[in-house]
Design a protein around this ligand. Structure first.
Ligand SMILES: Nc1nc2c(ncn2[C@@H]2O[C@H](COP(=O)(O)OP(=O)(O)OP(=O)(O)O)[C@@H](O)[C@H]2O)c(=O)[nH]1
Ligand SMILES: [Mg+2]
Length: 339
């Protein structure tokens, strides 16, 4: 039977790429992301069909449990939302505020005819499929949790108890470059505690190993995808046994390798950026290839200027496809189909 979820929650340690993944799923760049600890409040992006791509965005700020302190601000662009979220998180005692943004997810980008074909076949279509699988309706939200940074960070763990949506799907985001398994285990253990208390089992969690592009970069033979997956699977299985007394086999447990940063940049390349000259595009393409398809959103923004729609080549689209399909996002879509 098909299951419907009211939300997707993003949980994981600091810098594992939760916010990047959130942006990718929402199809908007609103969740602040960055190299250092970035998300310090619980941030919801709430789907409202009627608010189209360019329309105003409403942001609601609540002080913890007190809903009469609501403040609504309107914004004209995603960039404005993002910078204001950053500002609010640094201004207030961040873990005590809950930020909510209403916007329409999954909106169509503005593209010329040629690009349309590609966007339908790739990122847009897949994201749409994913959100369709979840039966996205008005009110559906993506909830971005602050990352877990220190083992002793009990406030962050408490957030899980207060904010984990009972009817939501959970994406637990491992960082391929993270070596501190004590921290990961503690967070995962607490998540399982909360699920157990909510009378749910571990199957509402989808495990992702983000930043898998690290494995392309690293020449150390001990640092490889198979080892990273095996180690994490063992830890998950042990925790599931402790919590639910259930032994599960490797085949029952999937960790999907993804590269959210790559997928997001490929998407931005397709529909949010402009080039002025062909040589700039050529530079960009070389940049992507040189860096092993490792162009991240921020770097991308700095690299580019205007007018991407004018430039069109098969070669470029191959690069684009390579980024997208190496990102693992299509596997996530497939997995959701069987839930
Ligand atoms: N190499 C690589 N970097 C990525 C990938 N996904 C995200 N990043 C980068 O990792 C950094 C952290 O990403 P965020 O999305 O802010 O991570 P987060 O988990 O939300 O972090 P906190 O909010 O601080 O807990 C950013 O610089 C991203 O651009 C990826 O797939 N590969
Ligand atoms: Mg974040």
């Amino acid at each position: 039977m098909k299951r419907y979820f009211t939300s997707i929650s993003l949980i994981g340690s600091t810098s594992s790429g939760k916010s990047t993944l959130g942006n990718l799923l929402a199809g908007r760049r609103v969740f602040p992301s960055g190299v250092q600890e970035t998300t310090t409040s619980v941030v919801d992006v709430i789907h409202q069909k009627m608010l189209n791509h360019r329309s105003n965005i409403f942001m609601t700020k609540l002080s913890d449990k007190q809903s009469d302190g609501i403040q609504t601000i309107q914004f004209e662009s995603d960039a404005e939302v993002m910078s204001n979220l950053n500002m609010l998180m640094s201004l207030y005692s961040a873990s005590n505020i809950h930020l909510k943004i209403k916007l329409s997810m999954n909106t169509k980008p503005k593209l010329g005819k040629k690009w349309l074909r590609y966007y339908f076949h790739n990122v847009y279509l897949r994201r749409k499929k994913l959100l369709d699988e979840l039966e996205i309706r008005d009110g559906f939200f993506i909830r971005d949790f602050p990352g877990f940074q220190h083992e002793t960070d009990n406030n962050r763990l408490t957030l899980l108890e207060n904010y984990l949506d009972r009817d939501g799907l959970i994406l637990f985001v491992f960082n391929a470059e993270e070596t501190d398994d004590v921290k990961e285990n503690k967070l995962l253990g607490r998540l399982f505690d909360v699920l157990h208390r909510q009378n749910r089992n571990w199957q509402s969690v989808i495990f992702l190993l983000n930043r898998m592009d690290a494995f392309y970069r690293d020449s150390d033979p001990d640092v490889n995808l198979t080892n990273a997956l095996t180690a994490r699977k063992q830890r998950i299985r042990k925790l599931i046994y402790e919590k639910w007394k259930k032994r599960i086999t490797d085949s029952e447990l999937t960790i999907i390798p993804v590269a959210a940063g790559l997928a997001l940049s490929s998407e931005l390349l397709c529909w949010q950026t402009d080039f002025t000259t062909e040589s700039e595009c050529k530079n960009l393409k070389e940049h992507v290839v040189d860096y092993g398809l490792c162009l991240l959103p921020d770097e991308l923004t700095n690299t580019l200027s205007r007018n991407v729609n004018k430039w069109y080549s098969k070669q470029w689209l191959q690069v684009y496809n390579a980024i997208y399909f190496s990102s693992g996002m299509h596997t996530l879509v497939e997995k959701l189909k069987f839930m």
